[in-house]
Design a protein around this ligand. Structure first.
Ligand SMILES: [Zn+2]
Length: 119
């Protein structure tokens, strides 16, 4: 038994700092409800930056509400859109987005490697 001070390479599950490493296409279930209708929120990252350790954190997310209607249903879309942000210029989305980005930066790093090795 010898003391190890370096982290083993290539084992994402070994992080004991509370940081999880996930695939870049992971969809997150967000605990905060939709600020407009109270529905369930999911988020997936679409932009990343590298931290000091060369690991990637999300800087931009796609956030969606579970009550989003089908794209085909124009009428439903229109009323959903009115309900979801037209009144406040999406202010509540921006705040939610900012909050999730910040908490993910503290807790989640992304594995971007497999995105450029698709055969
Ligand atoms: Zn909603």
């Amino acid at each position: 038994m010898e003391p190890t001070t370096t982290q083993p390479q290539g084992s994402p599950a070994s992080a004991c700092s509370g940081v999880a490493v996930v695939d870049s296409d992971k969809v997150f279930g967000i605990k905060s409800p939709c600020p407009y209708c109270g529905g369930k929120i999911t988020a997936s990252a679409n932009a990343w930056e590298e931290d000091d350790e060369g690991r990637f954190y999300a800087t931009d997310l796609d956030i969606s509400c579970c009550n989003e209607p089908d794209l085909d249903d124009e009428e439903a879309w229109n009323s959903w859109d009115i309900e979801h942000g037209r009144g406040d210029y999406n202010e509540a989305w921006h705040q939610l987005h900012e909050r999730i980005v910040r908490s993910m930066k503290a807790k989640v790093r992304f594995n971007l490697q497999n995105s450029d090795s698709t055969t």
